[in-house]
Design a protein around this ligand. Sequence first.
Ligand code: ADP
Ligand code: MG
Length: 458
Amino acid sequence: MSSTFEHLELPLSQIDNLTALGYTTMTPIQEAALPPALDGKDLIAQAKTGSGKTAAFGIPLLNKLDITRFDVQALVVCPTRELSNQVADELRRLARFKSNIKIVVLSGGVPTRPQIASMEHGAHVVVGTPGRLKDMIEKKHLDLTQVETVVLDEGDRMLEMGFKEQIVDLLEFAPKERQTLLFSATFPEDISYISRRFQKNPMEIAVESQHGMETIDQQFYICHHKEKLAGLVRILASREYDHAMIFCNTKALVQDVVGFLNEKGFNAVGLHGDMEQREREQVYMQFKHHSTNLLVATDVAARGLDIAALPAVINFELPRDGDTYVHRIGRTGRAGLEGEAITLFTEKESYKLENLGKMQGHAMEYESIERLPQVRKNRVEPKYLTLYISGGRKDKVRRGDVLGAIIKEAGVAGEHVGKIDVVDHSTYVAIERDYAHQVVSKLNQGKIKGRRFKVGRL
Ligand code: ADP
Ligand code: MG
C-alpha cells in the first residue's frame, strides 16, 4: 500500500498543490526517498524512468528554499537538454505551492546569451547539463557558493555520455556542507566513485524497479534478415497502432526504418543521438502530441523521455542485453493497462531470445512472420498536427494565451486543440488536422498576447 503525501512534514500549501496535480499517493521511490531527503540526508537511489524521481528530489529541494535570498540554492544536473527541460517543468509544477520561486535552465545546444540574461534576474534553482553549467561557472554567470542541494539525475547516463570530469569539476564548486542526491538506473563503478567522493553517509535506496511484465503480451516473430522491413510492415498493418515506439540498435537502422515506413504510408519519425537538440525536441513533441503514430528510436535517444503508457513497443531487433529489453518494453503495459511488446528477430539472434527466456524463467515462444497476413491498407492518420510558434516562456507566452488566440483569432473551438507545450523560446501546439491550415494562417496575421509570432507546421 502506498501512502499519501500527508504523512510527510510538508506545508499544507504543498499538499494542496500535489492534490491539484493529481498526486494522491506516493510512488515507491517517493515513499522511500522523501522522508530521508526531507531530513537532509544524502541519497544514492535507483529507480527506472517514469517512477516519479523528479518529485522525489524536487519536493525536498523546493522545501528548503529561502526565496527571500536571491542566490542559487539548488542545482540539478541532467544528461540532456530535453531532460533538463522536463525536470524544470516538473519542478515548476511542484513549486506552485509558493509564489516567486525562480527556476532557470542552463543546458547545452542552445545559445548562452538568453541563459545569461535569465541568470541576471536571479535564480533559486538551476537545472542544466554538465558542460554548460561548468562553462557558466567559469564565466562567472553561475555562482554555486550558496548551494544547499545538489541533484545528479540519471547519473549513469551522464557517465555514459562522458561527463564524469565535468561533474567532478562542478561538484568542487559547491560548498562542502550540502545535501547531495544521486539518482541512477544502474550503479557502475564510476557512480560509486562519485558517491564516495562527494556524498556523506549516503542512504542507499533501490526500489524494486522491474516492471511487473504481467500486463505485457510479449510476442516474437522470426524472420530472414532481408525480410525485416517487410516483416515490420506486416506487424504494423495487422495492428493499426496509433501510438507505438519502435526500437533499433543503431542510428543507421533508425533512419532506414523511418524512410521505409513513410514510403509505405505510415507516419513515423526517428530519434537518435546524433540529431541536433532542436530537431530532437520537435520529433519528441510530434510523437507526444499524437501528430505522428510511430516513433523509431535508439535506446540512448529514448532514455529518460517522458513517454510511457504506450499501447505497444516493437523491437525491430533484439537489444544486446536483457535489461535493455525489459527497459524498452516497460514503456507499455503500465498503470494496469494491457500492452503489447512485439519483437522481430533473425536466426542469428536466437541466442538472445534464449537468454530472455532464462531471465524470465520460461522459454519464449515464437512464430514465423509469415503467419501474419499481408495487409494492403496501412494508413492510420494521426489525429493531430503539431504547430510551432516562435515564442515561448521567455517571451512570456503561456498556454492560456495560445489557447485564447486560437479560439479568438482563429475562431477554432478549444475542443479541437490538443496538448500545448510552452518551452523557453517556442511553443508547440497539437491541433486537429482539419483545423491546422486555418489556425496557421489566422495566427500568422493576428497576435498572441499583443505580439506577432511566426506560426508554422512542424
Ligand atoms: P522519472 O524522472 O522517474 O522518469 P518523473 O519524475 O518524470 O519520472 O515522473 C513521471 C510522471 O509521473 C510525470 O508525468 C509525473 O508528473 C508523474 N508523477 C510523479 N509522481 C507522481 C505521483 N505521486 N502521483 C501521480 N503522478 C506522479
Ligand atoms: Mg527523470
